[in-house]
Design a protein around this ligand. Structure first.
Ligand code: PFF
Length: 455
Protein backbone atom coordinates (compact mmCIF):
# COMPACT_ATOMS: atom_id res chain seq x y z
CA UNK A 1 0.00 0.00 0.00
CA UNK A 2 1.38 3.43 -0.89
CA UNK A 3 1.97 5.83 1.97
CA UNK A 4 -0.30 8.85 2.32
CA UNK A 5 2.39 11.09 0.87
CA UNK A 6 2.43 9.23 -2.45
CA UNK A 7 -0.14 7.83 -4.81
CA UNK A 8 0.04 4.18 -5.82
CA UNK A 9 -0.38 5.19 -9.46
CA UNK A 10 2.84 7.26 -9.54
CA UNK A 11 3.66 10.94 -8.99
CA UNK A 12 4.43 13.88 -11.31
CA UNK A 13 8.20 14.43 -11.42
CA UNK A 14 7.85 18.06 -10.28
CA UNK A 15 5.40 20.85 -9.55
CA UNK A 16 6.13 22.22 -13.01
CA UNK A 17 5.14 18.95 -14.61
CA UNK A 18 1.86 19.09 -12.78
CA UNK A 19 1.28 22.56 -14.24
CA UNK A 20 1.93 21.16 -17.71
CA UNK A 21 -0.27 18.14 -17.05
CA UNK A 22 -3.15 20.22 -15.72
CA UNK A 23 -2.73 22.69 -18.59
CA UNK A 24 -2.66 19.68 -20.93
CA UNK A 25 -6.00 18.58 -19.53
CA UNK A 26 -7.44 22.09 -19.68
CA UNK A 27 -6.21 23.06 -23.14
CA UNK A 28 -8.00 20.94 -25.69
CA UNK A 29 -10.86 20.91 -28.14
CA UNK A 30 -12.69 23.17 -25.67
CA UNK A 31 -10.25 25.99 -26.46
CA UNK A 32 -9.53 25.52 -30.13
CA UNK A 33 -12.76 24.03 -31.46
CA UNK A 34 -15.52 24.92 -29.00
CA UNK A 35 -14.61 28.35 -27.60
CA UNK A 36 -14.40 30.14 -30.97
CA UNK A 37 -17.67 28.73 -32.26
CA UNK A 38 -19.70 29.30 -29.11
CA UNK A 39 -18.28 32.80 -28.75
CA UNK A 40 -19.32 33.27 -32.39
CA UNK A 41 -22.84 31.99 -31.72
CA UNK A 42 -23.26 34.10 -28.58
CA UNK A 43 -22.19 37.46 -29.89
CA UNK A 44 -18.43 37.52 -29.32
CA UNK A 45 -17.05 40.15 -26.91
CA UNK A 46 -19.84 40.20 -24.32
CA UNK A 47 -19.77 36.43 -24.12
CA UNK A 48 -15.99 36.48 -23.66
CA UNK A 49 -16.29 38.92 -20.74
CA UNK A 50 -18.91 36.83 -18.97
CA UNK A 51 -16.81 33.76 -19.60
CA UNK A 52 -13.71 35.44 -18.10
CA UNK A 53 -15.76 36.36 -15.02
CA UNK A 54 -16.83 32.72 -14.64
CA UNK A 55 -13.22 31.53 -14.92
CA UNK A 56 -11.90 34.02 -12.37
CA UNK A 57 -14.63 33.92 -9.73
CA UNK A 58 -15.92 30.37 -10.05
CA UNK A 59 -13.36 28.38 -12.04
CA UNK A 60 -10.16 29.18 -10.14
CA UNK A 61 -11.54 28.54 -6.62
CA UNK A 62 -13.10 25.23 -7.69
CA UNK A 63 -9.91 24.21 -9.49
CA UNK A 64 -7.96 24.83 -6.27
CA UNK A 65 -10.62 22.90 -4.34
CA UNK A 66 -10.34 19.88 -6.64
CA UNK A 67 -6.56 19.79 -6.59
CA UNK A 68 -6.43 20.03 -2.81
CA UNK A 69 -9.02 17.27 -2.38
CA UNK A 70 -6.93 15.09 -4.68
CA UNK A 71 -3.61 15.81 -3.02
CA UNK A 72 -4.97 15.33 0.49
CA UNK A 73 -6.70 12.09 -0.57
CA UNK A 74 -3.90 10.61 -2.72
CA UNK A 75 -6.37 8.33 -4.51
CA UNK A 76 -8.93 8.28 -7.33
CA UNK A 77 -11.73 10.86 -6.84
CA UNK A 78 -14.19 8.22 -5.60
CA UNK A 79 -11.80 6.84 -3.01
CA UNK A 80 -10.40 10.27 -2.12
CA UNK A 81 -13.95 11.47 -1.40
CA UNK A 82 -14.58 8.35 0.70
CA UNK A 83 -11.52 9.16 2.81
CA UNK A 84 -12.54 12.79 3.25
CA UNK A 85 -16.11 11.89 4.15
CA UNK A 86 -14.95 9.42 6.81
CA UNK A 87 -12.37 11.86 8.23
CA UNK A 88 -14.91 14.69 8.38
CA UNK A 89 -17.82 12.42 9.48
CA UNK A 90 -19.82 13.75 6.54
CA UNK A 91 -22.67 12.08 4.67
CA UNK A 92 -21.62 9.25 2.31
CA UNK A 93 -23.73 11.00 -0.33
CA UNK A 94 -20.80 13.34 -0.99
CA UNK A 95 -19.03 10.40 -2.63
CA UNK A 96 -21.51 10.86 -5.47
CA UNK A 97 -19.22 13.68 -6.61
CA UNK A 98 -16.66 11.02 -7.48
CA UNK A 99 -19.16 8.71 -9.19
CA UNK A 100 -20.79 11.40 -11.27
CA UNK A 101 -17.31 12.62 -12.27
CA UNK A 102 -16.17 9.21 -13.46
CA UNK A 103 -19.39 8.89 -15.49
CA UNK A 104 -19.11 12.40 -16.94
CA UNK A 105 -15.51 11.72 -18.03
CA UNK A 106 -16.65 8.63 -19.82
CA UNK A 107 -19.56 10.42 -21.53
CA UNK A 108 -17.39 13.34 -22.62
CA UNK A 109 -14.65 11.08 -23.97
CA UNK A 110 -17.20 9.22 -26.07
CA UNK A 111 -17.84 12.29 -28.25
CA UNK A 112 -14.46 13.95 -27.69
CA UNK A 113 -12.77 11.05 -29.49
CA UNK A 114 -15.10 11.43 -32.47
CA UNK A 115 -14.40 15.15 -32.89
CA UNK A 116 -10.66 14.66 -32.32
CA UNK A 117 -10.89 12.03 -35.07
CA UNK A 118 -12.12 14.76 -37.43
CA UNK A 119 -8.93 16.70 -36.72
CA UNK A 120 -6.86 13.63 -37.56
CA UNK A 121 -8.77 13.16 -40.79
CA UNK A 122 -8.24 16.79 -41.79
CA UNK A 123 -4.53 16.50 -41.01
CA UNK A 124 -4.27 13.65 -43.52
CA UNK A 125 -6.60 15.25 -46.04
CA UNK A 126 -4.75 18.58 -46.11
CA UNK A 127 -1.46 16.67 -46.31
CA UNK A 128 -2.71 15.20 -49.60
CA UNK A 129 -3.24 18.76 -50.81
CA UNK A 130 -6.98 18.15 -50.96
CA UNK A 131 -8.20 21.70 -50.43
CA UNK A 132 -5.42 23.70 -52.05
CA UNK A 133 -7.03 26.67 -53.79
CA UNK A 134 -10.51 25.25 -53.16
CA UNK A 135 -13.56 27.52 -52.84
CA UNK A 136 -15.50 27.82 -49.59
CA UNK A 137 -18.30 25.79 -51.17
CA UNK A 138 -15.91 22.91 -51.81
CA UNK A 139 -14.58 23.18 -48.21
CA UNK A 140 -18.17 23.00 -46.96
CA UNK A 141 -18.99 20.08 -49.20
CA UNK A 142 -15.88 18.17 -48.12
CA UNK A 143 -16.96 18.49 -44.47
CA UNK A 144 -20.55 17.48 -45.20
CA UNK A 145 -19.46 14.47 -47.25
CA UNK A 146 -17.13 13.40 -44.47
CA UNK A 147 -19.87 13.67 -41.82
CA UNK A 148 -22.27 11.71 -44.01
CA UNK A 149 -19.98 8.68 -44.02
CA UNK A 150 -20.19 6.80 -40.69
CA UNK A 151 -17.34 4.43 -41.65
CA UNK A 152 -14.91 7.31 -42.04
CA UNK A 153 -15.93 8.79 -38.71
CA UNK A 154 -15.58 5.40 -37.01
CA UNK A 155 -12.16 4.86 -38.54
CA UNK A 156 -10.76 8.13 -37.15
CA UNK A 157 -12.54 7.82 -33.82
CA UNK A 158 -10.90 4.40 -33.46
CA UNK A 159 -7.43 5.73 -34.27
CA UNK A 160 -7.78 8.51 -31.69
CA UNK A 161 -9.18 6.30 -28.95
CA UNK A 162 -6.55 3.67 -29.69
CA UNK A 163 -3.80 6.28 -29.22
CA UNK A 164 -5.38 7.51 -25.99
CA UNK A 165 -5.68 4.00 -24.56
CA UNK A 166 -2.08 3.24 -25.53
CA UNK A 167 -0.76 6.29 -23.65
CA UNK A 168 -2.99 5.80 -20.64
CA UNK A 169 -2.11 2.10 -20.36
CA UNK A 170 1.59 2.95 -20.01
CA UNK A 171 0.99 4.65 -16.67
CA UNK A 172 1.28 8.11 -15.14
CA UNK A 173 5.00 8.63 -15.71
CA UNK A 174 5.78 6.62 -18.85
CA UNK A 175 2.50 7.37 -20.56
CA UNK A 176 0.90 10.59 -19.38
CA UNK A 177 4.02 12.53 -18.47
CA UNK A 178 5.93 11.64 -21.62
CA UNK A 179 3.03 12.68 -23.85
CA UNK A 180 2.63 15.94 -21.98
CA UNK A 181 6.34 16.82 -22.13
CA UNK A 182 6.30 16.56 -25.92
CA UNK A 183 2.89 17.76 -26.96
CA UNK A 184 2.41 20.87 -24.84
CA UNK A 185 5.45 22.92 -25.96
CA UNK A 186 4.71 22.01 -29.59
CA UNK A 187 1.16 23.19 -29.20
CA UNK A 188 2.17 26.61 -27.86
CA UNK A 189 4.68 27.02 -30.66
CA UNK A 190 2.12 26.36 -33.34
CA UNK A 191 -0.42 28.77 -31.93
CA UNK A 192 2.15 31.53 -32.18
CA UNK A 193 2.78 30.67 -35.83
CA UNK A 194 -0.92 30.67 -36.56
CA UNK A 195 -1.45 33.99 -34.80
CA UNK A 196 1.25 35.51 -36.95
CA UNK A 197 -0.58 34.28 -40.03
CA UNK A 198 -3.91 35.65 -38.79
CA UNK A 199 -2.25 38.98 -38.06
CA UNK A 200 -1.29 39.26 -41.69
CA UNK A 201 -4.56 37.98 -43.09
CA UNK A 202 -6.17 41.39 -43.52
CA UNK A 203 -9.05 40.57 -41.17
CA UNK A 204 -7.22 40.84 -37.88
CA UNK A 205 -8.87 44.02 -36.65
CA UNK A 206 -12.36 42.80 -37.54
CA UNK A 207 -11.67 39.48 -35.83
CA UNK A 208 -10.16 41.05 -32.74
CA UNK A 209 -13.02 43.51 -32.48
CA UNK A 210 -15.62 40.81 -32.75
CA UNK A 211 -13.95 38.82 -29.99
CA UNK A 212 -12.93 41.63 -27.68
CA UNK A 213 -15.49 44.42 -27.90
CA UNK A 214 -18.69 43.65 -26.01
CA UNK A 215 -22.01 43.79 -27.81
CA UNK A 216 -24.42 43.20 -24.94
CA UNK A 217 -27.47 42.91 -27.16
CA UNK A 218 -26.14 39.69 -28.67
CA UNK A 219 -25.70 38.16 -25.21
CA UNK A 220 -28.71 36.12 -24.09
CA UNK A 221 -29.52 34.51 -20.76
CA UNK A 222 -28.79 31.21 -22.39
CA UNK A 223 -25.37 32.63 -23.21
CA UNK A 224 -24.74 32.96 -19.48
CA UNK A 225 -25.30 29.26 -18.93
CA UNK A 226 -23.16 28.45 -21.93
CA UNK A 227 -20.36 30.67 -20.58
CA UNK A 228 -20.50 28.98 -17.19
CA UNK A 229 -20.58 25.53 -18.82
CA UNK A 230 -17.64 26.48 -21.03
CA UNK A 231 -15.62 27.70 -18.02
CA UNK A 232 -16.12 24.29 -16.39
CA UNK A 233 -15.44 22.34 -19.55
CA UNK A 234 -12.32 24.24 -20.53
CA UNK A 235 -10.77 24.04 -17.06
CA UNK A 236 -11.70 20.33 -16.84
CA UNK A 237 -13.70 21.01 -13.68
CA UNK A 238 -16.57 19.34 -11.91
CA UNK A 239 -15.76 15.77 -12.87
CA UNK A 240 -12.74 14.86 -10.80
CA UNK A 241 -10.11 15.02 -13.58
CA UNK A 242 -8.19 17.68 -11.68
CA UNK A 243 -8.79 15.79 -8.44
CA UNK A 244 -7.29 12.67 -10.01
CA UNK A 245 -4.28 14.66 -11.26
CA UNK A 246 -4.06 16.41 -7.88
CA UNK A 247 -3.44 13.02 -6.26
CA UNK A 248 -0.10 12.85 -8.10
CA UNK A 249 1.13 16.34 -7.10
CA UNK A 250 4.32 16.45 -5.00
CA UNK A 251 3.75 17.64 -1.44
CA UNK A 252 5.95 20.71 -1.87
CA UNK A 253 4.20 22.21 -4.95
CA UNK A 254 2.14 25.36 -4.40
CA UNK A 255 -1.50 24.76 -5.33
CA UNK A 256 -2.37 28.47 -5.46
CA UNK A 257 0.34 29.38 -7.99
CA UNK A 258 -0.33 26.28 -9.98
CA UNK A 259 -4.04 26.79 -10.48
CA UNK A 260 -3.67 30.45 -11.38
CA UNK A 261 -0.99 29.56 -13.96
CA UNK A 262 -3.18 26.81 -15.42
CA UNK A 263 -6.23 29.08 -15.68
CA UNK A 264 -4.13 31.80 -17.31
CA UNK A 265 -2.56 29.42 -19.84
CA UNK A 266 -5.94 27.98 -20.68
CA UNK A 267 -7.53 31.40 -21.16
CA UNK A 268 -4.63 32.66 -23.24
CA UNK A 269 -4.90 29.65 -25.55
CA UNK A 270 -8.68 30.10 -25.96
CA UNK A 271 -8.35 33.80 -26.80
CA UNK A 272 -5.38 33.11 -29.06
CA UNK A 273 -7.34 30.42 -30.90
CA UNK A 274 -10.19 32.92 -31.37
CA UNK A 275 -7.74 35.58 -32.54
CA UNK A 276 -6.27 33.11 -35.00
CA UNK A 277 -9.61 31.89 -36.34
CA UNK A 278 -11.90 34.96 -36.53
CA UNK A 279 -9.58 37.12 -38.64
CA UNK A 280 -9.51 34.27 -41.16
CA UNK A 281 -13.32 34.13 -41.00
CA UNK A 282 -13.69 37.84 -41.62
CA UNK A 283 -10.89 38.11 -44.18
CA UNK A 284 -12.82 35.61 -46.29
CA UNK A 285 -16.25 37.12 -45.74
CA UNK A 286 -17.47 34.09 -43.76
CA UNK A 287 -19.97 33.82 -40.89
CA UNK A 288 -18.62 33.77 -37.31
CA UNK A 289 -21.61 31.93 -35.82
CA UNK A 290 -21.23 28.84 -37.91
CA UNK A 291 -21.34 26.26 -35.11
CA UNK A 292 -19.26 23.10 -34.72
CA UNK A 293 -18.07 23.21 -38.33
CA UNK A 294 -16.19 26.49 -37.84
CA UNK A 295 -12.82 24.82 -37.34
CA UNK A 296 -13.35 22.19 -40.00
CA UNK A 297 -14.49 24.46 -42.80
CA UNK A 298 -12.92 27.89 -42.38
CA UNK A 299 -9.49 26.75 -41.22
CA UNK A 300 -8.96 24.16 -43.99
CA UNK A 301 -10.29 26.67 -46.50
CA UNK A 302 -7.91 29.36 -45.27
CA UNK A 303 -4.91 27.03 -45.39
CA UNK A 304 -5.88 26.16 -48.93
CA UNK A 305 -5.39 29.83 -49.86
CA UNK A 306 -2.01 30.40 -48.24
CA UNK A 307 1.52 29.58 -49.39
CA UNK A 308 2.65 26.22 -47.97
CA UNK A 309 -0.91 25.85 -46.74
CA UNK A 310 -0.81 22.06 -47.00
CA UNK A 311 2.18 21.89 -44.67
CA UNK A 312 0.75 24.35 -42.14
CA UNK A 313 -2.61 22.67 -42.35
CA UNK A 314 -1.15 19.30 -41.44
CA UNK A 315 0.79 20.79 -38.55
CA UNK A 316 -2.29 22.64 -37.28
CA UNK A 317 -4.51 19.57 -37.20
CA UNK A 318 -1.81 17.33 -35.80
CA UNK A 319 -1.40 19.79 -32.97
CA UNK A 320 -5.14 20.05 -32.37
CA UNK A 321 -4.97 16.29 -32.03
CA UNK A 322 -2.15 16.57 -29.49
CA UNK A 323 -4.14 19.12 -27.49
CA UNK A 324 -7.09 16.74 -27.59
CA UNK A 325 -5.01 13.73 -26.52
CA UNK A 326 -3.56 15.44 -23.45
CA UNK A 327 -7.18 16.22 -22.45
CA UNK A 328 -8.53 12.80 -23.35
CA UNK A 329 -6.04 11.04 -21.10
CA UNK A 330 -7.27 13.09 -18.16
CA UNK A 331 -10.89 12.21 -18.98
CA UNK A 332 -10.11 8.54 -18.37
CA UNK A 333 -8.12 8.97 -15.16
CA UNK A 334 -10.95 9.21 -12.55
CA UNK A 335 -12.63 5.97 -13.68
CA UNK A 336 -9.37 4.22 -14.52
CA UNK A 337 -7.64 4.97 -11.22
CA UNK A 338 -10.75 3.88 -9.30
CA UNK A 339 -11.03 0.53 -11.09
CA UNK A 340 -7.31 -0.15 -10.59
CA UNK A 341 -7.61 0.63 -6.86
CA UNK A 342 -10.85 -1.19 -6.28
CA UNK A 343 -10.05 -4.43 -8.05
CA UNK A 344 -6.30 -4.30 -7.85
CA UNK A 345 -6.59 -4.61 -11.61
CA UNK A 346 -3.92 -4.28 -14.24
CA UNK A 347 -3.87 -0.71 -15.60
CA UNK A 348 -3.60 -1.72 -19.24
CA UNK A 349 -6.53 -4.12 -19.05
CA UNK A 350 -8.72 -1.48 -17.43
CA UNK A 351 -7.61 1.05 -20.05
CA UNK A 352 -8.54 -1.27 -22.91
CA UNK A 353 -11.93 -2.16 -21.41
CA UNK A 354 -12.80 1.49 -20.80
CA UNK A 355 -11.69 2.29 -24.35
CA UNK A 356 -13.99 -0.37 -25.81
CA UNK A 357 -17.03 0.88 -23.85
CA UNK A 358 -16.27 4.44 -24.81
CA UNK A 359 -15.93 3.48 -28.45
CA UNK A 360 -19.35 1.80 -28.39
CA UNK A 361 -20.97 4.81 -26.75
CA UNK A 362 -19.20 7.06 -29.25
CA UNK A 363 -21.10 5.38 -32.07
CA UNK A 364 -24.12 7.39 -30.85
CA UNK A 365 -22.20 10.58 -31.66
CA UNK A 366 -20.95 9.20 -34.99
CA UNK A 367 -24.50 8.36 -36.09
CA UNK A 368 -25.85 11.75 -34.94
CA UNK A 369 -24.19 13.22 -38.01
CA UNK A 370 -25.57 10.76 -40.52
CA UNK A 371 -27.93 7.78 -40.12
CA UNK A 372 -29.44 9.10 -36.86
CA UNK A 373 -29.52 12.75 -37.82
CA UNK A 374 -33.31 12.68 -37.43
CA UNK A 375 -33.21 10.93 -34.06
CA UNK A 376 -33.79 13.34 -31.19
CA UNK A 377 -33.23 12.26 -27.61
CA UNK A 378 -35.02 15.20 -25.97
CA UNK A 379 -36.04 18.70 -27.03
CA UNK A 380 -34.77 18.28 -30.57
CA UNK A 381 -31.25 17.36 -29.45
CA UNK A 382 -29.31 14.66 -31.29
CA UNK A 383 -27.41 12.03 -29.29
CA UNK A 384 -24.23 14.09 -29.62
CA UNK A 385 -25.93 17.36 -28.64
CA UNK A 386 -27.67 15.68 -25.73
CA UNK A 387 -24.47 14.19 -24.26
CA UNK A 388 -22.67 17.48 -24.81
CA UNK A 389 -25.44 19.51 -23.16
CA UNK A 390 -25.93 17.11 -20.27
CA UNK A 391 -22.24 16.96 -19.39
CA UNK A 392 -21.15 20.52 -20.08
CA UNK A 393 -24.21 22.40 -18.84
CA UNK A 394 -25.55 20.11 -16.13
CA UNK A 395 -23.12 17.49 -14.78
CA UNK A 396 -19.94 19.59 -14.66
CA UNK A 397 -21.49 22.70 -13.06
CA UNK A 398 -23.43 20.57 -10.56
CA UNK A 399 -20.27 18.60 -9.75
CA UNK A 400 -18.43 21.89 -9.29
CA UNK A 401 -21.16 23.26 -7.03
CA UNK A 402 -20.96 20.19 -4.80
CA UNK A 403 -17.17 20.31 -4.71
CA UNK A 404 -17.25 23.97 -3.62
CA UNK A 405 -19.83 23.22 -0.90
CA UNK A 406 -17.89 20.20 0.31
CA UNK A 407 -14.58 22.06 0.54
CA UNK A 408 -16.26 25.15 1.97
CA UNK A 409 -18.41 23.52 4.63
CA UNK A 410 -17.57 19.85 5.25
CA UNK A 411 -13.82 19.46 4.85
CA UNK A 412 -11.93 20.60 7.97
CA UNK A 413 -10.85 24.21 7.37
CA UNK A 414 -7.40 23.48 8.69
CA UNK A 415 -6.82 20.79 6.06
CA UNK A 416 -7.69 23.17 3.22
CA UNK A 417 -5.43 25.87 4.67
CA UNK A 418 -2.52 23.44 5.01
CA UNK A 419 -2.93 22.19 1.46
CA UNK A 420 -3.08 25.71 0.08
CA UNK A 421 -0.20 26.84 2.30
CA UNK A 422 -2.14 29.83 3.63
CA UNK A 423 -1.74 30.79 7.23
CA UNK A 424 -2.96 34.31 7.42
CA UNK A 425 -3.16 37.42 5.29
CA UNK A 426 -5.53 38.45 2.56
CA UNK A 427 -5.66 35.12 0.72
CA UNK A 428 -6.57 33.27 3.92
CA UNK A 429 -9.46 35.67 4.43
CA UNK A 430 -10.58 35.62 0.81
CA UNK A 431 -10.45 31.85 0.36
CA UNK A 432 -13.48 30.87 2.52
CA UNK A 433 -15.48 33.63 0.87
CA UNK A 434 -14.61 32.45 -2.64
CA UNK A 435 -15.07 28.72 -2.15
CA UNK A 436 -17.98 28.90 0.31
CA UNK A 437 -19.93 31.76 -1.19
CA UNK A 438 -18.89 33.36 -4.49
CA UNK A 439 -18.28 30.12 -6.44
CA UNK A 440 -21.33 28.13 -5.28
CA UNK A 441 -23.66 31.13 -5.45
CA UNK A 442 -22.34 31.97 -8.93
CA UNK A 443 -23.09 28.47 -10.23
CA UNK A 444 -26.43 28.26 -8.42
CA UNK A 445 -27.65 31.64 -9.69
CA UNK A 446 -26.91 30.71 -13.28
CA UNK A 447 -28.81 27.45 -12.82
CA UNK A 448 -31.86 28.94 -11.19
CA UNK A 449 -31.94 31.70 -13.78
CA UNK A 450 -31.88 29.18 -16.61
CA UNK A 451 -34.61 27.03 -15.11
CA UNK A 452 -36.75 30.11 -14.48
CA UNK A 453 -36.15 31.16 -18.08
CA UNK A 454 -37.26 27.82 -19.49
CA UNK A 455 -40.53 27.72 -17.46
N1 PFF B 1 -10.69 20.84 -20.85
C1 PFF B 1 -10.82 20.06 -22.03
C2 PFF B 1 -10.98 20.97 -23.22
O1 PFF B 1 -11.11 22.19 -23.04
O2 PFF B 1 -11.00 20.47 -24.33
C3 PFF B 1 -11.96 19.08 -21.98
C4 PFF B 1 -12.01 18.30 -20.72
C5 PFF B 1 -10.93 17.51 -20.34
C6 PFF B 1 -13.11 18.41 -19.89
C7 PFF B 1 -10.96 16.84 -19.15
C8 PFF B 1 -13.15 17.75 -18.69
C9 PFF B 1 -12.06 16.98 -18.34
F1 PFF B 1 -12.09 16.36 -17.21
Amino acid sequence: MASASESRHGMWSSGWLFILAAAGSAVGLGNIWKFPYIAGENGGGAFVLVYLGCVALVGIPILAGEVLLGRAGRASPINAMRKHVIAASGSPLWVLIGWSGALAGFLILSYYAVIAGWALYYGVKLGEGALVGASIEVANQTFNDFLADPWQLILWQTVFLGGTVWIVARGVIKGLETAIRWFMPLLFLLLVVLLAYAFNSGGFMAGAEFLLSPNWEAMSVDGLLVAMGQAFFTLSLGMGAMMAYGAYVPANASIGNTVITVALLDTVVAIAAGLAIFPIVFANGLEPGQGPGLMFVTIPFAFGQMPFGAVFGVVFFVLVTFAAITSAISLTEPALAYLVEQYNADRSRVAISLGVFCWLLGLGTVFSFNIWSDVHVVAGLSVFEFIDYLTQNVMLPLGGLLIALFVGYVLPKQLAREQLGIDGGIVARLWPLLIGFVAPVGVAVVFVYTIYQSL
